[in-house]
Design a protein around this ligand. Structure first.
Ligand code: NAD
Length: 258
């Protein structure tokens, strides 16, 4: 049976929610789930030792929930996970395979989920102008690589915090992928009539009316842009669940390859 180990260091509330839901989904699809919860004070050496044990164990996939506490270097985590078990697709070997369009690697789950959404919704990517807002290694960069890869064939612009006149850049786009980390940042003046919008953002914003005192929103102002869009993903409920679906897919791929 394919198995996934999820490691959580500390008690960040959002990370706890993600880890719980990943574990639940793993079991729901009939796979084996293991959770390792480590104290917030855990040293980098201790965490790396846990990863080493998992590299040698019979588990197929390993995921360390980010962000780790400040005493731990995220790059060290990524480099320590066996690339054959790196279901997040963050190890340099898997990043290189993505750039090389070598399908034997693992593609990061969030951008893979965005591509699957575009495909399942019948959005034409070939020759389309796509603007990815954000250049992180987790979302923006792999998203740009996937959109420009053979078979997808979009013309891709990657925008970031230094981009000049971002609204004008985004207005050219047939497809906007927002991965900025700023609540409701993309407004209707960024959007060409009929554009497709993928909202990757997950932000907690204070809301005194909400039961928990906060609500979740994306990096796109959904209500503001809605009328102009041809298609748009909601937050919550859009990219988030697709990310977990791709994690399941990567775990199955890891299990098949071992
Ligand atoms: P990040 O902070 O690593 O990167 C943000 C990027 O946005 C940076 O490249 C930065 O240059 C760019 N940026 C910042 N300010 C900008 C501005 N004013 N104009 C243009 N670009 C700007 O974030 P990340 O890890 O890529 O995550 C982005 C968002 O996606 C966050 O809201 C995060 O919570 C969410 N996220 C969701 C999922 C999911 O499963 N749905 C997974 C990962 C991240």
């Amino acid at each position: 049976m394919p198995g996934l180990a999820v490691v959580l260091v500390g008690e960040d509330p959002a990370s706890q929610v993600y880890v719980r839901s990943k574990g639940k989904q793993t079991v729901e699809v009939g796979m084996h789930s293991v959770e390792h919860k480590l104290d917030v004070q855990t040293s980098e050496a201790n965490l790396l030792a846990v990863i080493d044990q998992l590299n040698d164990a019979s588990i197929h996939g390993i995921l360390v929930q980010s962000p780790p506490p400040s005493q731990i270097d995220e790059e060290e985590i990524v480099r320590t996970i066996d690339p054959a078990k790196d279901v997040d697709g963050f190890h340099p070997e898997n990043v290189a395979k993505l750039a090389l369009e070598d399908s034997s690697g693992f593609v990061p789950c969030t951008p893979a989920g965005c591509m699957r959404l575009l495909e399942a919704s019948g959005v034409e990517t070939s020759g389309a102008d796509a603007v990815v807002v954000g250049r992180s290694m987790i979302v923006g960069k792999p998203m740009a690589l996937l959109l420009m890869a053979r078979g997808s064939d979009a013309t891709v612009t990657v925008a970031h915090s230094r981009t000049k006149d971002l609204a004008a850049v985004c207005r050219r786009a047939d497809i906007i992928v927002a991965a900025v980390g700023i609540p409701e940042f993309i407004k209707k003046d960024f959007v060409k009539q009929g554009a497709t919008i993928i909202d990757v953002g997950i932000n907690r914003v204070e809301d005194p009316v909400a039961k928990r005192g906060y609500r979740l929103c994306g990096d796109v102002d959904y209500n503001d842009v809605f009328e102009k869009t041809g298609a748009i993903t909601p937050v919550p409920g859009g990219v988030g669940p697709m990310t977990i679906a791709m994690l399941m897919k990567n775990t199955i791929k890891a299990a098949r390859a071992l």
